[in-house]
Ligand binder design. Structure first.
Ligand SMILES: Cc1cc2nc3c(=O)[nH]c(=O)nc-3n(C[C@H](O)[C@H](O)[C@H](O)COP(=O)(O)OP(=O)(O)OC[C@H]3O[C@@H](n4cnc5c(N)ncnc54)[C@H](O)[C@@H]3O)c2cc1C
Length: 546
């Protein structure tokens, strides 16, 4: 019989795809962190979400949206300006699925006030699971939900937009926002000469009747097909915040002219533009001269999401690594049964378990901040510290996760290469690392409030290895006259301390391991360079992926 000359071998010893799984139920650290922080009632809703987002169909959408990147159509064939960005249908489908689940608005009620209960926590769990599948589209999703906090400074704009923001529909039509079934919002702060230092903004705003006309440029403005942007510009009274819609009130296309799209390392399904405003129409948000105070309300929430998404990326890396190691044999033994691989995977599981406990604890403080001063203080001090530590740990973590899959981890057909390229951006945007550390120092200037948060953390970790020394170190470092110079040292310790405390509320034995390997001693540069008992290794791995 003729042999098929291409059939040189059978495909053996490869792991099956990690798809058609329940991203919630399989993630014991998440299930427990949600329950401990007040979200137990949402378990079924989250499991339905986890099954949907864990499906092979959603994974395919994520891949397609990144392989077929957005394109700017500046002009039409006749030379008329279009300023439209075209996305692959998979991107629009991801947007629709996220909007349907309320990730872009469920923390607000119909009036744009905090929804209360465990709304932050439940939405965060969804955001974390969605980030495991596709993070690029989450940029406009996160900005839309965060924009409501800034719009609160301008009740008339909030009241008119909220009915459109509050729907669970995604409407990609390029049309005036007030005619649409749903809308998305972005933000424009960063200019060529200054991103962190927004006071150096050169964009000018001049009054024109009830509105303003804005002229200038933005060096980064992501998700350019949003229906409106919150932008900063210099008005007579100083830097001010504005609501700039894609269409002017008379229905004409607003003068928002995209120059080009950034060619980015990751985050490729999402478009990030360079843009010129040429006498573009805008409405004020908040008082003139109070632009930073207004937009910072939005930025506080996008920072929270950066941390959640980074943990989601790491969780995905861990789950894929563990799944692969349980199927792949090397030297007649599954990788998952090799002692050295167990050391690596369990140490990674410990990092993710602490990180997920930490961000869910942070989200509890967002839920409770409107009614509890102590939770508001926790949120203010720890949001920048957590964004700093969690986001900056993600690239190194994902590199290790890729390596667990060997060569397969490095190729673009798998999701880990994409996660790896995606991971640095959460540390860079919405306030880069040093800026977060300076923010912690700023929050510490409210001395009594910060001392109370530190004391609460100290009580929660009392008796754990290295905890007392860490508390003392943090207190001293922040009191030093040169505290800025040692801010990274102190902020990292503060994040580790709060992660230990959060994990202690979920899984005390693992908090002890975390404290022993991260607080009592400096964790080595590599995962797995720790000495954990076999019983702890199997406990960590069983919780990470049953
Ligand atoms: C993919 C992508 C999308 C983006 N989308 C948007 C968007 O939609 N809208 C928008 O407004 N911006 C956007 N940005 C811009 C982003 O927020 C800025 O790049 C970021 O805030 C840093 O600003 P910068 O690039 O001007 O760097 P700089 O402000 O020049 O900072 C450079 C470095 O200096 C450090 N630094 C700054 N100040 C100090 C200090 N006092 N002491 C010590 N170190 C300091 C920073 O931590 C950073 O590491 C986007 C960026 C990226 C990469």
């Amino acid at each position: 019989m003729a042999q098929n000359s291409s059939a040189t071998h059978e495909v053996l010893n490869q792991s099956p795809p990690f798809e058609d799984v329940d991203l919630f139920a399989l993630d014991r650290p998440l299930v427990d962190a949600v329950a401990v922080n007040g979200g137990a009632a949402a378990e079924q809703e989250l499991s339905r979400f986890g099954q949907h987002w864990g499906s092979a169909a959603m994974a395919t959408r994520g891949r397609l949206a990144n392989e077929n990147t957005p394109r700017l159509r500046t002009f039409d064939a006749r030379g008329n300006r279009r300023d439209e960005v075209e996305f692959h249908p998979a991107y629009h489908e991801l947007m629709a699925h996220s909007a349907h689940a309320g990730i872009h608005n469920s923390t607000w009620n119909a009036q744009g006030k905090p929804a209360g209960g465990a709304a932050e926590l439940v939405r965060a769990a969804k955001f974390y699971m969605a980030a495991q599948v596709e993070t690029g589209h989450l940029c406009p999703i996160t900005m839309t939900r965060a924009s409501v906090a800034a719009l609160a400074a301008q009740p008339d704009v909030l009241a008119s937009t909220m009915p459109v923001i509050a729907t669970r529909s995604y409407d990609p039509a390029f049309a005036p926002w007030w005619t649409k079934r749903g809308m998305t919002l972005g933000m424009g702060m960063t200019e060529k000469q200054g991103g962190t230092d927004v006071r150096s903004n050169m964009t000018r705003a001049t009054r024109d009747g009830d509105g303003y006309r804005i002229t200038g440029h933005k060096w980064f403005m992501s998700a350019p097909m949003c229906d409106a942007f919150l932008v900063l510009a210099q008005a007579d009274q100083g830097l001010s915040c504005f609501f700039m819609p894609r269409f002017a009130p008379d229905g004409s296309v607003n003068a928002i002219h995209f120059q080009r799209l950034k060619d980015k390392l990751g985050n490729r399904s999402n478009a990030s533009s360079e843009v010129e405003f040429e006498n573009a129409y805008a409405m004020p948000v908040g008082d003139e001269g109070k632009g930073i105070r207004t937009i910072i309300q939005m930025v506080q929430l996008t920072r929270q999401d950066c941390a959640i998404a980074s943990v989601g990326l790491m969780r995905s890396g861990l789950a894929h690594a563990l799944h692969h190691a349980r199927h792949r044999s090397v030297f007649q033994k599954h990788l998952a049964d090799q002692p050295l691989m167990q050391a690596v995977l369990s140490d990674m599981a410990l990092h993710v378990e602490a990180s997920v406990a930490l961000v869910m604890r942070l989200c509890r403080s967002f839920d409770r901040a409107p009614d509890q001063a102590s939770e508001a203080a926790f949120m203010r001090l720890l949001t920048p510290a957590i964004k700093y530590w969690v986001c900056k740990s993600a690239p190194g973590f994902l590199y290790e996760a890729m390596e667990c899959l060997g060569g397969n981890g490095y190729v673009e057909e798998g999701i880990l290469a994409r996660h790896y390229r995606e991971s640095p951006v959460n540390a860079i945007w919405e306030g880069s690392g040093n800026v977060m550390c300076l923010d912690v120092l700023r929050a510490l200037s409210r001395e009594a409030e910060a001392a109370a948060v530190l004391q609460e953390l100290a009580d929660e970790v009392s008796g754990l290895p290295g905890a007392r020394e860490a508390v003392a170190f943090i207190g001293q470092a922040f009191r030093r006259p040169d505290s800025e110079r040692v801010a990274r040292l102190a902020v990292e310790r503060l994040a580790l301390l709060s992660a230990t405390a959060a994990l202690n509320g979920v899984m005390p034995r693992h908090a002890e391991l975390f404290a022993a390997t991260r607080l009592a001693g400096n964790h080595a540069g590599m995962y797995g360079a720790v000495d954990l008992a076999n019983s702890d290794i199997s406990g960590l791995l069983a919780r990470a992926l049953p």
